[in-house]
Design a protein around this ligand. Structure first.
Ligand code: NOJ
Length: 546
């Protein structure tokens, strides 16, 4: 079943990001699978998600948790079969839930048959599918991304006695996008999944598709040409499907990936994310306003995607050196929580399990411009396990209930792909879906209400934003407008109570209605509008001309 091509559905989406492996294990082998996930669709629906984004589920040696693909058109056997995937997709679509999958096109695993062929001899027909060189001298201006593990972007291949290019781990050789055969092969992969009915792709590591000597090998015009061509083919054969860019770049460079509305539909706003955490710690709105003011307008048919946490580290690539030091000092004093240029923690542990800050950050996530992404488990305040290597600490099994293996699996606990978090603060006995369903005051119940309110008006998903400039810098206030709908969001970024005077002269005579309780507040008059706010409190007011 293919969902009807509803125009610009991605703008109004609530995306739930999850890894099949981490979610629910139906066959008791200790690893989550598609059948398990399918059984949990009720949960996603109840939360209010309208789309799921799945991390890579393809055959892979799993040395980068599946971002090292060995076969693009199949399912990793631990997660089930292609038939299981299809059944899951149909079940998701029956509920109107869209499915976004990963297209890791920049590189493959070194186990991929393409690479095996390519390395087998210098005159193999697939030799030119990867980026080979006799020395490691080319492309010197390209930075290293995984600085904790890689010393060079070149790796020596003892089989064919040459160097191959890789922007990530050395076991992930980059495909050669200058080769039309590669571009076609990747399109055929996309076609395969599109024909099955997937609603969109997150394109991984987009800026690095093409290399040119003397450049940073990022965001090159040739890369944009390739994307434009994929988009053209997508629109031609699969209208209504969506492309989402993973381009961890400054706003102006990411904006280029929207093109003239003819490249990506959506792109993550990477620089905004750390600044939300920064603003809360500094108790000052400046970092958020500054980055959003530096963000150019995007074409009408495009949309930002925004997030608090994901499966990777809280990346600090798109901040200044001073800002990075500040973030490390405030959020990663324990050095073992740092990785590459970032912090490998989940939302709740980052902010010391402070419910008020969790709510405030989610409030901003749901009211700032863009489509929000909720990272699995953050809706119940799951913790992490920093003793697991790489970024695995934020990818532990979903905590469903207080029983055996947190309800994730019936396998022996030793057999799980990763241990369940079980410390006294974040352990599954304390933090789980089942217990939170029983309380109207749990984080989960609160998140459901927040999502519901967000979905009650397209002003959040499609509206413009204008910032107010109250003298109290600890308060971030903005008005979102879409047609005749207006919402005023006011966020107290501080740990103490604050009073704020808002200049609402433009809305004189309007009545603010607090959206979660539908409470009527005093009419806006001549004088600055005075609000008092508790620590980390936020308000959403619908402004009604009554
Ligand atoms: C970005 C993904 O989010 C990350 O998890 C992965 O390690 C790199 N791309 C390399 O594929």
């Amino acid at each position: 079943m293919i969902l009807p091509a509803q125009s610009e559905w991605y703008k109004d989406a609530i995306i739930y990001q999850l890894h099949v492996r981490t979610f629910s294990d139906s066959n008791s082998d200790g690893v989550g699978d598609f059948r398990g996930l399918q059984q949990k669709l009720d949960y996603l629906e109840e939360l209010g998600a309208t789309a799921v984004w799945l991390l890579p589920f393809y055959p892979s040696p799993l040395r980068d948790d599946g971002y090292d693909i060995a076969d693009y058109c199949a399912v990793h056997k631990s997660y089930g079969t292609l038939e299981d995937f299809k059944a899951f997709l149909t079940a998701a679509h029956e509920r109107g839930l869209r499915v976004i999958i990963e297209m890791v096109l920049n590189h493959t695993s070194d186990q991929h048959p393409w690479f095996q062929e390519s390395r087998s001899s210098r005159d193999n027909p697939k030799r030119n599918w990867y980026v080979w060189n006799d020395t490691d001298e080319l492309y010197r201006d390209a930075r290293i991304i995984f600085i904790d593990t890689e010393l060079s972007n070149w790796a020596w291949d003892p089989v064919s006695k040459a160097y191959y290019w890789h922007r990530f781990f050395s076991h992930q050789p980059d495909l050669n996008f200058d080769n039309p055969e590669v571009r076609e092969a990747i399109w055929q992969v996309m076609r395969f999944w599109l024909e099955l009915g997937v609603d969109g792709f997150r394109l991984d590591a987009v800026p690095y598709l093409v290399e040119r000597d003397g450049t940073s090998c990022e965001n090159l015009p040739e890369t944009h040409d390739i994307i434009r061509e994929y988009r053209r083919r997508l629109d031609e054969s699969f209208p209504g499907r969506m492309l989402l860019a993973e381009a961890n770049q400054w706003p102006a460079d990411v904006c280029a990936y929207f093109g003239h509305g003819d490249e990506f539909h959506m792109a993550f706003h990477f620089p905004l994310m750390p600044r939300m955490f920064m603003a809360v710690r500094l108790e000052d709105r400046k970092p958020i306003i500054e980055i959003l003011q530096r963000t150019p307008e995007i074409p009408q048919n495009c949309q930002w995607s925004i997030f608090l946490r994901n499966h990777d580290e809280l990346t600090l690539e798109m901040v200044t050196d001073v800002e990075r030091d500040y973030m490390y000092d405030e959020y990663a004093r324990d050095k073992s929580t740092r990785i590459n240029l970032g912090i490998r923690r989940r939302l709740a542990p980052l902010i010391d399990n402070d419910r008020r800050r969790i709510e405030l950050l989610n409030g901003m996530l749901m009211s700032l411009p863009g489509t929000p992404v909720i990272y699995y488990g953050d809706e119940i305040g799951m913790g992490d396990n920093i003793y697991l290597g790489d970024r695995n600490g934020v990818r532990t099994p979903m905590q469903w209930d207080g029983h055996w293996n947190a309800g994730f699996s019936e396998a022996d606990p030793e057999r799980l792909y990763a241990p369940i978090v079980s410390n006294p603060v974040y352990g599954y006995q304390a933090v789980n879906v089942d217990s939170q369903k029983r309380s109207e005051h749990s984080l989960l119940s609160w998140m459901k209400r927040l999502v519901q309110v967000r979905k009650s008006s397209q002003v959040f998903s499609r509206g413009t934003i204008s910032f107010l400039d109250p003298p109290n810098h600890r308060v971030l206030a903005y008005v979102r407008e879409y047609g005749n709908d207006r919402v005023l969001a006011v966020n107290n970024l501080s740990s103490t109570s604050q009073a704020v005077e808002l200049n609402l002269r433009k809305y004189k005579g309007f009545i603010p209605i607090e959206m979660s309780g539908k409470t009527i507040f005093p009419r806006v008059g001549e004088l600055p509008y005075l609000l008092t706010m508790g620590p980390y409190q936020f308000y959403w007011f619908r402004l009604r001309r009554i």
